[in-house]
Design a protein around this ligand. Structure first.
Ligand code: SF4
Ligand code: SF4
Length: 441
């Protein structure tokens, strides 16, 4: 490649880098709209979790076929990126197949591995398209996926297919040129898959072949850079965020609810369990969450890491029994609202003070009140997302700030407060009943 193509490549790379950097800044701002939360204890456990769940995809293997197809695409993504490194070095230095002289015979082996992964990715993407659009797996065709989410999922599969075809086309034409002895093209020790494409191009003249090979090269690298930018706008952000998301997992036992420290302290003092203090009780800005700024940053990172796979919704008893609740929609709504607030803030707007809120404008009380707090969604999520903690914070707001929980719940809360039991009688009554049972012959 001459300096004439090195320059546009440099401009292209710089432009993509700037766009990507700005988008990463945007996502970071959106995540840190959330309140601080310290989650860096038990570091060895966290590294292990990240290795098993994000890198090893452990939770995906509950369903073997999609897990296997997903694994193929994932491995291809990671390994083919090594080839992208060569593309970038070729682009910057004007060379062709930068690593070939250094790797000798292993270079052909590496290219064959890349080709195998490209074909495996092609196969997997076609299978995923069939699952979404022809066999219509229920969790992939629910109402909340209508519009952009469904288009996003199909688009990314289509883009991956096109990119893989570009690699195979480039290799096929490149090898035909090398066989004809054209300067700059290196003959490799047989490429297993692109060889099958040779009949398509064999009739072409040298110039046409060079143009096709260069077109495939540029198409692939532009496609990869565009893909990297596109991913940052799409649910496929999970490719990257799955790692921090699993590292910052909630390590408490499932079902352990998060206390509000200020409230716990006050209640303990009331019950004579804490040390009396002359300190004024701490001001609590808001009980629970009404909007994204009341949630924690880990809640918001969860929202950006969501793959929209719907495994949580497929396991949710409320959803299965026809209630309006879908934990996947909770995550999608949280992300959409966080994006809306961030866009407003960065353009000098009112941010979260725009008269809208997550609860009410995105998520309804009917949805959150349908949750049984069973944790099935948390258990099912392949990247350790916790939709329940968002639901609980929203519910805490409705009960503690608005007092708008369903009437039966308010009665139950009152009973717990006065009788330490959900029912309107003291625990001693219940034990009396048990004692009487014992007396019976
Ligand atoms: S915890 Fe709530 S949202 Fe999650 S599966 Fe159970 S009922 Fe559904
Ligand atoms: S929360 Fe987890 S299980 Fe649910 S859609 Fe998102 S990634 Fe899938």
């Amino acid at each position: 490649m001459s300096i004439l193509s090195t320059l546009p490549f440099l401009v292209l790379l710089a432009a993509a880098g700037i766009i990507l950097f700005r988008r990463i800044q945007f996502i970071r701002t959106a995540i840190f709209l959330g309140k601080p939360e310290l989650r860096n204890d038990q570091k060895p456990v966290r590294w292990k979790l990240m290795g098993l769940i994000a890198l090893g995809q452990q939770k995906m293997f509950k369903r073997i076929i999609p897990a296997f197809l997903h694994l193929l695409i994932y491995v291809a993504f990671v390994i083919i990126n090594l080839e992208v490194l060569e593309f970038i070095l070729d682009g910057l230095t004007g060379s062709h197949r930068f690593f070939a002289p250094f790797l000798g015979g292993f270079y052909s082996v590496a290219m064959n591995i890349f080709e195998f992964l490209a074909v495996a990715t092609l196969f997997s993407c076609v299978a995923f398209l069939v699952r979404r659009n022809i066999t219509k797996v229920p969790r992939l065709t629910m109402n909340e996926l209508r519009g952009w989410p469904a288009l996003d999922a199909n688009l990314i599969l289509f883009i991956e297919i096109v990119l893989m075809v570009a690699i195979l086309t480039m290799n096929a034409t490149d090898q035909l040129l090398a066989q004809r002895g054209v300067t700059g093209y290196i003959l490799l020790d047989g490429l297993m898959f692109s060889t099958f494409l040779h009949p398509l191009f064999e009739g072409m003249g040298e110039n046409a072949l060079i143009m096709t090979e260069r077109f495939a090269w540029w198409f692939h690298i532009i496609g990869i850079l565009a893909f990297a930018i596109y991913v940052s706008y799409s649910k496929h952000l999970h490719i990257f965020l799955a790692f921090p998301n699993t590292w910052y997992s909630n390590l408490n036992p499932k079902g352990k609810m998060k206390h509000m420290d200020e409230v716990t302290k006050e209640v303990n003092l009331m019950l004579g369990l804490g040390e009396s203090s002359t300190e004024e009780p701490a001001e609590v800005s808001r009980f629970g969450a009404k909007d994204v700024v009341d949630l924690s940053w880990t809640n918001l990172m969860n929202a950006f890491a969501c793959t929209e796979c719907g495994r949580c919704t497929a396991e949710c008893p409320a959803n299965i029994t026809g209630k309006k609740l879908s934990p996947r929609k909770i995550m999608m709504d949280t992300r959409d609202r966080a994006e809306e607030v961030t866009k407003s803030l960065l353009s000098g707007g009112p941010g979260a003070d725009d008269g809208k809120s997550l609860l009410g404008d995105y998520i309804t009380k009917e949805e959150i009140n349908a949750c049984t707090t069973c944790n099935a969604c948390v258990e099912a999520c392949p990247v350790n997302i916790d939709p329940l903690s968002i639901i609980l914070e929203l519910r805490r707001y409705t009960s503690m700030e608005e007092n708008s929980s369903p009437a039966q719940w308010n009665t139950m809360f009152q009973n717990i407060e006065t009788s330490f039991s959900p029912w309107k009688f003291a625990p001693t009554d219940r034990f009396r009943w048990a004692d009487e049972l014992k007396k019976k012959p």
